[in-house]
Design a protein around this ligand. Structure first.
Ligand code: AMP
Length: 216
């Protein structure tokens, strides 16, 4: 696993609240995207936050609590804003080594973090929830996958975006299509809705909870 860069330092709660208020005031919406006008005032083109989708999964312990903790932790990341949370689905595990059903959903974020920094932050959130990486298909308290990062294609040691297995996974495409049907897979050149329509096994995934907030 690639751990090339240090995990980003998270601000303490009070500083985070101040940053959040500042950010809320200073961001303006342009065609549904966020820009940071501070950069425009310095005579540069406004920076547009990246639109990112992260898959969230758990099949160990209090699965919903792990997933909701992940949503909260992603929302609290520096220079990042939560924009969507999908309904939650229940899925039978793929490998024989993982006994319990998975709970899966997808989170939409807008962020100024680069893909590698975002991945490192996701791995840190997994560690916070006590994830052990004993077996690849084994049970896990929390699994976070960087699915799409704008239309960027990344192929580096330890980081592949779009996520290499997302197009064949019903437990990714169903929740992703709920919140981003028109998002385009930059390698396959088609929308998430089209990818979902091509799935053969989508009935193996059951809707578990249609509203994420009611589970808190
Ligand atoms: P897994 O055990 O299947 O969750 O794999 C996690 C490992 O996959 C991480 O250590 C990452 O370095 C690597 N990885 C590569 N691409 C991605 C991605 N798009 N999202 C999450 N993990 C990734």
């Amino acid at each position: 696993m690639g751990m090339a860069e240090p995990v980003q330092e998270w601000p303490d709660a009070r500083r985070k609240e101040a940053l959040r208020a500042e950010r809320t005031e200073s961001y303006v919406s342009t065609q549904g995207r966020l820009t940071t006008p501070q950069m425009a005032t310095h005579g540069q083109a406004p920076r547009v936050a990246a639109c990112v989708y992260i898959g969230v999964g758990s099949n160990l312990g209090d699965r919903m609590s792990h997933c909701l903790a992940a949503v909260d932790a992603l929302d609290r990341l520096d220079r990042t804003r939560l924009v969507a949370v999908s309904p939650w689905y229940e899925t039978e595990p793929v490998g024989a080594a993982a006994p319990g059903d998975f709970l899966n959903g997808v989170v939409g974020l807008e962020t100024d973090l680069e893909p590698r920094a975002l991945l490192e932050a996701c791995l840190a959130i997994e560690r916070e929830r006590g994830r052990a990486r004993a077996a690849r298909e084994g049970p896990r308290t929390l699994d976070l996958d960087l699915l799409l990062y704008d239309d960027r294609v990344v192929d580096e040691p330890g980081l592949t975006v779009p996520h290499p297995r997302m197009a064949e996974r019903a437990f990714v495409l169903l929740p992703l299509a709920d919140i981003a049907p028109r998002a385009v897979h930059p390698v396959l050149g088609c929308t998430v809705a089209v990818l979902r329509s091509r799935l053969s096994d989508r009935h193996a995934v059951r809707l578990y909870q249609s509203s994420w907030s009611s589970a808190v």
